[in-house]
Ligand binder design. Structure first.
Ligand code: FES
Ligand SMILES: [Fe+2]
Length: 434
């Protein structure tokens, strides 16, 4: 199924008033780490072509509002979050969570009869903190629930959040979430291929499996010489509608606009037995790097390799020039479901995968058995084995780059991870996020 230019636009454009913009606005999206607000109570965010200000009020709740104050257009990113809303720091007008002006200090001092404020309202949206992330919802009421995906409920885990901006459209990032063969070539064979050592190529994939699931798809893969007991065949990886990949961790591809995507990574790893109960008051967050100072892709890390491929497809991949084969069956299934969801929204119905049932949302189980890795703490031997596997996958990495997805993990986060997993006994003294 080669797309026409019109079909490609329909799937990729996310701004207000576009079909895909309307579909994506029906879901909650993570737009920040809660820990970011320890340093500043406001943050400018760009989501689906809209510039917004996200703010944390003194009671810990969040609001999301259009940046420019309706008075004389000062930017509310410089405002004062108060209980119930945010106050503009220029002349003190206050706006509630719905964007209604609820206080105009000078106007109300000189004449409380004008009720001038009642005519003034700014666009505002819902925001909510959960699982260490701040989520935004830009769609119509009633809003669905923020899904309680199973890994969010695992206990005794070291968790971290890694953010970075990818300079391309969201869809090519998400299509990677259902693209099993890329593991072989982009990740497993990267160093052999670039080094001209074709004899070191991994045996090719022999079989792929795609299972549709209520919330998206699960795919499985195995190489020549591997049977049905191979772990990537036994335990599928999940492509969750509309923009989430969930292998052992989460990767959201959040559309900032048509040409930029906020990559939000949420990782949990089981703490050592002697650290139980291991609890984090704030989940550490940091900004990862996929491009070096010379503008070249950083390919020592797995997600850096992915980002290199996504941006290499063009700012918005031209799907009129593709030649899809059998390896792309998952991509086709995903596109077909997106198109069905677009049509559902146009009919006034819910798209697939929304969660509205409180009881069902206590925990949404994944259709694989990877939860077993979080039940028991890893043994030192298992940790060493994992390090060896990662070193094979990332031979170009340095010892300090043990975090396999992106470069840039701060020392104190690595230190805390080593403490949590029992590799060292002293705990870091700083917990400064970036
Ligand atoms: S510009 Fe915001 S109160 Fe005046
Ligand atoms: Fe990848």
């Amino acid at each position: 199924m080669v797309l026409t230019a019109e079909e490609n636009r329909r799937l990729t454009e996310v701004g207000p008033g576009t079909p895909m913009g309307a579909l994506l606005r029906r879901y909650w999206h993570p737009v920040a780490a809660v820990g970011e607000f320890d340093h500043s109570p406001t943050k400018a965010v760009r989501l689906m072509g809209e510039d917004l200000v996200l703010y944390r009020m003194p009671d810990g709740d969040f609001g999301l509002i259009e940046p420019h104050c309706p008075h004389r257009r000062a930017n509310l990113v410089n405002g004062y979050p108060e209980v119930g809303g945010i106050r503009c720091s220029y002349h003190g007008w206050k706006f509630d969570l719905e964007g209604r002006c609820v206080n105009q200090p000078f106007e109300e001092t000189v004449s409380d009869a004008t009720r001038f404020r009642d005519s003034i309202c700014s666009p505002a949206y819902r925001a909510e903190a959960k699982f260490g992330l701040v989520w935004a919802y830009l769609g119509p009421d009633p809003a669905p629930l923020i899904p309680t995906w199973e890994p969010f409920t695992y206990e005794n885990c070291f968790r971290q959040i890694v953010l970075h901006v990818v300079d391309c459209n969201w869809l090519q990032c998400q299509e990677n979430s259902i693209d099993p063969v890329h593991f072989e070539w982009l990740h497993d064979n990267w160093y052999a291929g670039r080094g001209g050592e074709t004899e070191r190529y991994r045996p090719p994939h022999a079989e792929l499996g795609f299972d549709e699931w209520e919330y998206g798809f699960q795919y499985r893969r195995r190489h020549q010489g591997e049977d049905e007991t191979y772990d990537s065949w036994l335990d599928g990886r999940l492509c969750i509608m509309p923009n989430l990949f969930a292998p052992l961790h989460f990767e959201w591809r959040v559309p900032m606009d048509d040409t930029h995507t906020l990559s939000v990574v949420w990782v949990a790893e089981r703490a050592a037995a002697n650290r139980e109960p291991y609890v984090q008051d704030t989940i550490p967050h940091w900004w990862g790097r996929a491009i070096d100072d010379d503008g070249k892709p950083i390919t020592t890390h797995v997600l850096g390799q992915d980002v290199m491929s996504w941006t290499g497809q063009g700012v918005i991949a031209d799907r009129t020039k593709e030649h899809l084969g059998r390896s792309d069956r998952g991509v086709q299934l995903f596109r077909n479901r997106l198109i069905a969801d677009l049509e559902a929204v146009e009919r006034g119905e819910d798209p697939s995968g929304l969660v509205r049932d409180e009881a069902a949302n206590l925990v949404i189980e994944f259709p694989n058995s990877l939860r077993r890795l979080f039940v028991e703490p890893p043994t030192p031997e298992q940790l060493e084995q994992r390090k060896r596997r990662l070193k094979q996958l990332m031979p170009g990495s340095r010892p300090e780059d043990f975090f396999f997805l992106l470069e840039g993990q701060p020392d104190w986060v690595r230190h805390e991870w080593e403490y949590a997993t029992g590799q060292r006994d002293d705990r870091p003294t700083t917990s400064e996020g970036v």
